[in-house]
Design a protein around this ligand. Structure first.
Ligand code: HEC
Length: 489
């Protein structure tokens, strides 16, 4: 009998110890945790290394808040906006959770840029870290795709028009552009199919890829080992190392704490905006993407006509390939930034370029009076919409749609009778009323059920004048019809 067995069964041990040993014998969890926490950090713990775990934290926060939002959200053109308004205005802490999710997206992009900058400036992609870098690039792309797909889902004016611009830009790709746009939109126009495509990508496809890539990113990171300070050889660091736990863990937690408090305070005091529902007919609307897409938005303004393929496809592709291939292009083991003027110059050029484009876009918006005025009006409309109390969507289409799902089987049977007897020909689908006959919505408030039955069997003179026939049905069918009429609220 070895010592572990003794620990597992030894009654003199505490139940906790025995449970831990029991679990470890079956899962290896203890040793896994130990390996994770004992990971050597060459040169000791540093604040420069905290961004990776910060990203992991934001990702988890996005998953949790996202699950809450998905409990209420309905991905269709009829209901997307109403359900988001319901979350923002009615659901307890709904606005808080939605704001956390919305600001979390921005925080993700910021921390991602910091993580990427740190890796780049420290030359931490060198050594045997090519795959680690490439998986990081893929994660970057996926995060941007999450931001793009998530932006449409509230289906307000801002979401609709920004995504219209974004999906139009895809159409600039030569030859297959039109096809790509139709693929993304689920048709030529944006509507329910677009929402459901974006929803599926945002909630299932992209997160699944992110989970898989985060796992491989961490695995590859652990395989290569931490790169350590800039003076280290990327293949075999020689600096005295310190275990990951406790100091590095505490430093990492300090960023997590900062993010938690920062996002919490922001989401608590400033609700993420929601404007009026998307109105595709609005020709004045000036679309603007979220801040992290502004540089690309501005960039696209400079490319028109025949040259647009260069701006939309050629230059971005070359740039992306260069970034992905970086560890293969830059094989030197030199990591000190001041000894890598080419690499640092390229980094500065791209960063200044992005910031410059973003600022240029803001500048132009402020200095074109017509645009500035329209943007101001749009902001005011959003603020006004946010202040208004929640109004359930009572449009004909949504009422009819709401009636499709009848929970009561008797009422559901009554609905088929209502349609078989052509009541809907005069009273409209879902009893919403037409020019020929009044709405039957809320009829139960007017007549108790026996009176209603009587009325149908013996229509009033006015009903007869309106060509409404007397209803002659077997008792069971009549009951079902009445149950259906009473369900119309
Ligand atoms: C040919 C058109 C027509 C058809 C078909 C028809 N109705 Fe009507 N119905 C009317 C008109 C017109 C009135 C309203 C008369 C009035 O102004 O009071 C009416 C009134 C009613 C009322 C009373 C509404 C109220 O608010 O007082 C009920 C209930 C009703 N219909 C149920 C039905 C049902 C159930 C069916 C199917 C079995 C049906 N109707 C089919 C034309 C029609």
């Amino acid at each position: 009998m070895n010592s572990t067995d003794r620990n597992e069964d030894d009654p003199s041990r505490t139940p906790q110890t025995r449970f831990r040993v029991w679990l470890d014998r079956r899962t290896g969890l203890d040793s896994l945790l130990r390996t994770a926490l004992d990971e050597p950090v060459p040169g000791g713990a540093r604040f420069a290394y905290i961004f990776g775990s910060g990203l992991l934290f934001i990702f988890l926060s996005q998953v949790i808040t996202g699950v809450f939002l998905a409990l209420y959200y309905v991905p269709s053109a009829d209901h997307a906006h109403t359900t988001v308004a319901y979350i923002s205005k009615v659901v307890t802490a709904g606005s808080f959770l939605r704001s956390l999710h919305s600001y979390g997206a921005s925080a993700m992009v910021i921390v991602l840029l910091l993580h990427l900058s740190q890796t780049y400036i420290y030359g931490a992609y060198k050594g045997r870290r090519e795959l680690l870098w490439i998986s990081g690039c893929a994660l970057f792309g996926l995060v941007m795709a999450m931001a793009f797909t998530g932006y449409l889902l509230p289906w307000d004016q801002r979401a609709y028009f920004a995504t219209a611009v974004g999906t139009n830009a895809i159409g600039e790709v030569p030859f297959i552009g039109g096809m790509l746009t139709r693929l993304v939109r689920g048709g030529t126009e944006m509507g329910t199919l677009t929402i459901s495509r974006f929803f599926v990508a945002h909630v299932f496809l992209i997160p699944a890829c992110i989970f898989a890539l985060v796992a491989s990113h961490i695995f590859l990171f652990r395989s290569a080992g931490a790169a350590g300070p800039i003076t280290e050889n990327p293949y075999k660091p020689t600096a005295k190392s310190e275990p990951f736990y406790p100091r590095q863990v505490l430093m990492d937690l300090s960023l997590t704490g900062l993010l938690l408090v920062g996002l919490g305070v922001l989401a608590f005091f400033i609700a993420a905006p929601l404007g009026p529902a998307a109105d595709p007919a609005n020709a004045q609307y000036v679309p603007r993407p979220d801040w992290y897409y502004l540089p690309i938005f501005q960039w696209l303004k400079y490319w028109h006509g025949a040259a647009s393929a260069i701006g939309v496809l050629v230059i971005p592709t070359i740039l992306a390939l260069a970034v992905i291939a970086l560890p293969f292009l830059d094989r030197s083991i030199e990591r000190r930034p001041w000894k890598r003027p080419g690499a640092m110059g390229a980094f500065a050029f791209i960063m200044f370029g992005l910031v410059g484009l973003g600022l240029r876009s803001e500048y132009q918006d402020h200095h074109d009076p017509a645009v500035a005025q329209q943007l101001g009006r749009q902001k005011a409309e959003e603020d006004e919409y946010m202040r208004k109390p929640f109004e359930p969507d009572l449009s004909a289409a949504s009422l009819a749609a709401a009636n499709v799902n009848l929970a009561d089987p008797l009422a559901a049977k009554g609905k088929t009778i209502f349609e078989a007897q052509s009541c809907n020909a005069c009273h409209g689908d879902g009893g919403i009323g037409t020019a020929a006959a009044p709405a039957l919505v809320a009829i139960s408030a007017k007549f108790p059920s026996d009176q209603l039955t009587n009325l149908l069997q013996h229509p009033t003179a006015k009903m007869t004048a309106g060509a409404m026939p007397a209803v002659d049905l077997p008792t069971g069918d009549m009951k079902a019809l009445i149950a259906y009429l009473e369900s119309l609220k």
